[in-house]
Design a protein around this ligand. Structure first.
Ligand code: BGC
Length: 421
């Protein structure tokens, strides 16, 4: 283990540290191999299964290199990003690290923390095999900075079919109004928390879905480019709707991460969970099959996307090993093996779809035919400081329920962090 752990302690404390070092995936001791530290937030369940699938391909494809896990648990990377940024500032980088494709990369690029991978893209067969829109979001200053492995959809609602059936709910709601009606029906029937929800960033996801329904995909996307105002009636109305939906969620939401909210769903304590499509893999990993999913009501054909990608640290101790990890991640077989376990769809359009669930096949079709909208909670729309500010605003609202304060905090964050062009 490298000296890197020292920096972790300051940020997340000893408890997270223990988990982080215990979750090393595939770290068989081989004293002759060069270590490649791969930093992620995938430490358990479907997430770890996805990482393990990559590790197994890496081990075969990169002889002489040994995977070393730098996983720091916590959904959406909320803890991992803090640890990573502290390490990068102290010139103690992992060799490669997980980062969302899109605006989340910008600060790393501006600070010279990651390598230009433009030339590697053609060597690794990524030229012409990634969707044009995705290439656009990872191209900054004409260069390519991270290798996307899988695309997830954020705007999905997951169900516990038995809980819904017990209340006579047999079809997916088509509109937000109908969804709110179903939540009310569940509560009247004794389900105290019809909607399973977790902490701040999961609440931001819910607000984003409501905004997509109320503003439509184009105006929603404009919230992150400066084309749509956060001030004014349209967003205020969406915040009203958001508050109504939030009122049907579990009271302990602020203390839960997404897997615990998924547990509420699987245990029959909730009828719905609003969360990205990594939930399918989690439910499968927990052997729960009584679920279904649908696009957030009122989102129409909007496919709110995010892509997990990997960047090579400038100053990586083992750049050759890091590049071999990236090449594994870039390969069609690596992407397929990862997605089967992770519930995503491969970023590459030519990756095999063998082993995909019906959900994944339908997500792949929707990704092609839908209207792509980015996600702030998952970095395709917002830089890291913007995400932090938005998460803080949602976390504060969860207790204060002050709608005006939420709207003005979100408007202030947009003003401060929006980047034009
Ligand atoms: C990541 C997913 C991950 C999810 C929950 C998202 O930000 O892109 O890979 O499963 O967070 O941790």
């Amino acid at each position: 283990m490298r000296s890197t752990r020292r920096a972790l302690a300051a940020v997340v404390g000893a408890a997270a540290l223990l988990v982080a070092s215990a979750c090393g995936t595939g770290e068989d001791d081989d004293s002759t191999a060069a270590q490649v530290e791969v930093f992620t937030w995938w430490a358990e369940g479907g997430e770890k299964a996805g990482l393990d699938a990559l590790v197994s391909r890496f081990t075969t494809a990169c002889p002489g290199q040994q995977f070393s896990s730098g996983a720091v648990p916590g959904g959406a990377g909320v803890n991992a990003k803090q640890v990573l940024n502290a390490r990068l500032q102290q010139n103690d980088p992992p060799d490669v690290f997980q980062v969302h494709a899109g605006a989340e990369l910008l600060d790393h690029i501006d600070s010279g923390q990651i390598e230009d991978l433009t030339a590697d893209f053609s060597t690794w067969g990524l030229t012409g095999t990634l969707p044009a829109g995705l290439i656009e979001t990872i191209t900054v200053n004409g260069k390519l900075w991270s290798v996307p492995v899988g695309v997830h959809r954020a705007n999905v609602v997951w169900t516990n079919d038995q809980v819904l059936a017990d209340s006579g709910i047999l079809t997916a709601p088509k509109t937000l109004k109908e969804f709110i009606g179903n939540l009310g029906r569940l509560r009247r029937d004794g389900v105290e928390s019809p909607l399973a929800l977790g902490r701040d960033w999961t609440q931001l996801m819910l607000l984003e879905s409501v905004l997509i329904s109320d503003l439509g995909p184009k105006r929603f996307t404009g919230l992150f480019t400066g084309a749509t105002k956060w001030e004014g009636e349209a967003v205020a109305d969406a915040i009203d709707d958001y508050a109504t939906v939030l009122g049907f969620s579990n009271a302990d939401r602020d203390s839960l991460d997404w897997p615990q909210a998924t547990r509420l769903l699987a245990d029959g304590k909730a009828g719905y969970q609003m969360m990205g499509d990594w939930v399918g893999a989690e439910l499968e990993a927990a052997n729960f099959s009584g679920y279904d999913s649908f696009t957030f009501p009122g989102n129409g054909k909007a496919f709110q996307w995010l892509a997990d990608s990997f960047a090579l640290s400038s100053g990586a101790a083992n750049p050759a090993g890091g590049r071999c990890w990236l090449q594994t991640v870039a390969s069609p077989e690596g992407q397929q093996a990862f997605s089967v376990q992770k519930g995503s769809i491969p970023a590459r359009t030519d990756a095999p779809t063998v082993g995909f669930s019906d959900y994944q096949l339908s997500a792949a079709a929707d990704w092609k035919s839908g209207v792509a909208v980015p996600s702030c909670a998952h970095g395709s729309a917002c830089s890291q400081p913007w995400q932090n500010a938005a998460n803080a605003a949602l976390g504060a609202f969860s207790t204060s329920e002050d709608k005006a304060a939420l709207q003005s905090a979100l408007a202030a964050a947009a003003k401060q962090f929006v980047r034009q062009g």
